[in-house]
Design a protein around this ligand. Structure first.
Ligand SMILES: NC(=O)c1ccc[n+]([C@@H]2O[C@H](COP(=O)([O-])OP(=O)(O)OC[C@H]3O[C@@H](n4cnc5c(N)ncnc54)[C@H](O)[C@@H]3O)[C@@H](O)[C@H]2O)c1
Length: 278
């Protein structure tokens, strides 16, 4: 087993709500690999979730921040630099929320007020985080920033609603800021495109269980779970990936390169056997 990949490194992890959260798994693995962490989430998530348990397990401090508030982000980054006694090495953006998805409003009937919130929370928050870090010069040279995304940025998946638009924007921000942060400070910016994963945010998507089953049947390696995603995050935070930047890395068992698999076709054919033509 590889150990101490993040020895001496310090980082901020956004988005651990409970032990199902992908960010939770990332924090646990980063801690196990020797990193020091600050954990953060929105005020309501800290009240409703179990981040305190994770903080105890990992010896981390929790700082409340709404990722759509520049003021909260500035306080978070400044306070983190006090805790870390200087700049830090990595940031995980693991944030997503769509009021349209939550309220079951179909994409064609989108409330634009909701849609703006979706984009602000799920994508522009990434720009805000990068802009704040850049302005405060908070991330060390050769540091790494990672955000989590989904293949609905490239392909239409029924039910994913305006989160597909948010993910497309998120991935674009990674490239746009990745260029600036790379050339000016040697900081890399990447996204990881993750398989459907049973978390609070994931389970809110319409038809989620079918999506999980379909993705699994389509993927030669099967769906990647939260622990697999955390492993990829750790490699991107580590010095093993110093020249990887502005990339979207698919951690999806091969799903994004498939058109049809034998397992999926077999399942699809069953529905025809049960429903003969009338
Ligand atoms: N679960 C999946 O199927 C899946 C697949 C691909 C990508 N992702 C992405 O992974 C990331 C993490 O989601 P998850 O599946 O672990 O679910 P999760 O519900 O555990 O995490 C989402 C987090 O976003 C936080 N958040 C929402 N609004 C916020 C705000 N204003 N400020 C700060 N934080 C805020 C929530 O409090 C929560 O902790 C998201 O970007 C999600 O889109 C998830």
């Amino acid at each position: 087993m590889i150990t101490n990949l993040l020895e001496g490194k310090k980082g901020i992890v956004f988005g651990a709500l409970n032990d199902k959260s992908i960010a939770w798994h990332v924090a646990e693995k980063a801690h196990a690999q020797g990193a020091r962490l600050v954990l953060t989430n929105a005020p309501v998530a800290i009240r409703m979730g179990t981040i305190g348990e994770l903080a105890e397990k990992t010896g981390s401090e929790v700082i409340t921040a709404d990722a759509t508030s520049m003021q909260d982000l500035e306080v978070l980054f400044n306070r983190s630099m006090e805790i870390f006694d200087g700049k830090f090495d990595f940031v995980l953006h693991s944030i997503g929320m769509s009021p349209n998805v939550r309220k079951g409003i179909p994409y064609a009937e989108s409330s634009y007020e909701n849609m703006l919130k979706t984009l602000d929370i799920s994508a522009l928050s990434f720009h805000r985080i990068l802009q704040t870090a850049y302005k405060l010069d908070a991330i060390k040279e050769w540091g790494s920033v990672v955000a989590l995304t989904y293949v609905a940025a490239q392909r239409t998946l029924a039910g994913y609603n305006d989160m597909g638009d948010a993910k497309a924007l998120l991935e674009s921000i990674a490239r746009s800021f990745g260029y600036i942060y790379g050339k000016d400070r040697h900081v890399r910016v990447n996204t990881i495109s993750q398989s459907p994963t049973a978390t609070t945010a994931g389970s809110g998507i319409a038809g989620f269980d079918s999506l999980v089953d379909f993705s699994d049947r389509m993927s030669p390696l099967g769906n990647a779970d939260a622990s697999d995603c955390a492993d990829v995050c750790i490699t991107l935070f580590s010095d093993l990936t110093k020249k990887v930047t502005m990339q979207n890395i698919f951690n999806d068992g091969g799903f994004s390169s498939m058109g049809m698999s034998e397992r999926a076709i077999e399942q699809y054919n069953k529905s025809f056997r049960e429903c003969p033509d009338k």
